[in-house]
Design a protein around this ligand. Structure first.
Ligand SMILES: Cc1ncc(COP(=O)(O)O)c(C=O)c1O
Length: 478
């Protein structure tokens, strides 16, 4: 594996507000350990030398030396002659799951419902009724005609007339976002993203070489004036937005803001990439959600919008079926670019996806019920245990954005890890150094007892200490 040498400045950015009231060397080693476990410091990364890191962090060299020594003892890193301090693979650090006082570790790293309960039946039907799928050649970079037709028809029924040639089926929304980013952006192009936002979208923009500027979304709502001002002077080539039931706040954009954003961006020649992965996940009674692109007033405004959809959060993450809705010439460009990275969406996933979409109203009604119950349980537990925190008034989606009132999110994540609860700190949802006062709390967290999770979180917040080693945290933040 090729070594990635980390600058002291970059490590400081990744660490966030790591210093607490305890021993600095221990806090530093635990914070680096968490970065390794959650994948932000991948195996073979080379940590900065002790002296520059000490200077960058404003601590003594002895503190850094002691922290590195502890990491070596825990087999998180090793010293290699000529290379320095090198991060080991997660496996070497993964055998130490000893969460304190917990039967099992709890993970709030994923904000995603579990598999839809009707899936096994759809699987049986797929085999019984669609065995002809085995006759297809299977290299399908655009999507099966029947599935594209169903997806297009759903948009039309929801108030956005759509033809099948405007649809490309993808391997989920993340695939769609990165495919769009790497097709439409060139190195050094400017792009925009809401802040906070879904972290892997920001990573996709950055990986395509774009500069990423931010459109502020507050805990109480969108900062429309700033968003419009920024879009006016940004000269952005592309803006990535989650207008409905935004991840992580669960908020939706007011209608006037949509119209103005579309006009500002499209009139400058920018593309709007609209991620509707969580748009139809509503709280309360099921209700229709108008697609964002239906707010476009003019043909060239329509053509500027690429809508991303997915069955990942409504039906099942394991299906890996999503799509892009865009003007046919853009769809053709994306299809041509796609083959560099993959050779199409699996046939069986598409068969299952089409069957699930036939019952989509039922799927969405089931999700509304589950999410509403999860949201209620989360808020009740927070009211009891952490009444000093405040939250975004989510109307749907998968999570709320909590304002802790103090910039302690990174320390909270570390303290929680000691108690066997994995939760990503707020800065992971924005640019380095911001959102230390916030944390994402999923109410869709498959298999998690939210009451118990909040209990552990409140102990962590109040400084509950234990001797257990932090539990491993997975890299994906869905
Ligand atoms: C806003 C948003 N977009 C995209 C994704 C990725 O979706 P998929 O599983 O379809 O790739 C997620 C998953 O967490 C998400 O929350």
């Amino acid at each position: 594996m090729i070594a990635q040498r980390l600058s002291a400045r970059r490590l400081q950015e990744l660490l966030g507000a790591w210093r607490g009231d305890g021993h600095s060397y221990r806090e530093l080693s635990e914070s680096i350990g968490i970065l390794v476990r959650d994948g932000r410091l991948p195996p073979a990364s080379v940590l900065p030398a002790e002296r520059p890191l000490a200077e960058q962090l404003g601590v003594s060299r002895t503190t850094v030396a002691a922290a590195y020594q502890r990491l070596r003892e825990d087999r998180v890193v090793e010293s290699r002659r000529g290379s320095g301090t090198v991060v080991l693979g997660p496996r070497a650090t993964g055998g130490d799951r000893r969460p304190l006082g917990a039967d099992e570790e709890i993970s709030l790293t994923r904000a995603s419902p579990g598999p839809w309960s009707g899936l096994p039946e759809l699987g049986r039907r797929a085999l019984a009724e669609h065995a002809d799928a085995f006759l297809l050649d299977g290299f399908d970079t655009i999507g099966h005609p029947a599935l594209r037709e169903i997806i297009a028809q759903r948009y039309t029924d929801r108030g956005l007339p759509t033809r099948p040639d405007q649809i490309m089926v993808t391997l989920g929304a993340q695939h769609a976002i990165f495919l769009i980013a790497r097709t439409l952006l060139r190195r050094g192009d400017r792009s925009l993203i809401e802040s906070p936002s879904y972290p892997h979208a920001r990573e996709a923009l950055a990986a395509a070489g774009a500069l990423v500027a931010e459109l502020p979304v507050g805990v109480r709502g969108h900062d429309a004036a700033s968003m419009l001002e920024i879009t006016r002077r940004s000269a952005a080539r592309l803006a990535y937005l989650i207008p409905d039931h935004h991840n992580p706040t669960g908020l939706s954009m007011p209608p006037e803001l949509r119209e103005h954003l579309i006009a500002n961006l499209a009139d400058q020649g920018a593309h709007l990439v609209v991620d509707e992965t969580t748009a139809e996940l509503v709280l309360g009674a099921p209700r229709p959600v108008l697609p964002f692109a239906a707010s476009a007033a003019r043909p060239h405004h329509h053509d500027a919008i690429l809508t991303v959809g997915s069955l990942g959060k409504t039906v099942w993450g394991g299906l890996r079926v999503g799509w892009i809705r865009a003007a046919p010439d853009l769809i053709a460009r994306l299809e041509a670019a796609r083959v560099v990275g993959d050779l199409g969406t699996g046939t069986w996933a598409q068969v299952l996806g089409a069957l699930a979409l036939e019952r989509y109203d039922e799927v969405l009604a089931d999700r509304a019920r589950e999410l509403t119950a999860g949201h209620r349980a989360l808020l009740a537990a927070l009211e009891r245990r952490l009444p000093e925190w405040s939250f975004s008034p989510a109307t749907g989606g998968v999570s709320v954005w909590a304002d802790l009132g103090e910039p302690r999110s990174t320390r909270l994540g570390r303290e929680a890890a000691r108690l066997g609860l994995r939760i990503p700190p707020g800065p992971q949802f924005g640019s380095p150094g911001v959102f230390e006062r916030f944390v994402r709390l999923p109410f869709a967290a498959a298999g998690v007892d939210l009451t118990r999770a909040v209990e552990v979180l409140s102990r962590a917040w109040r400084g509950g200490r234990g001797s257990a080693t932090p539990a491993p945290v997975r890299a994906e933040l869905v």
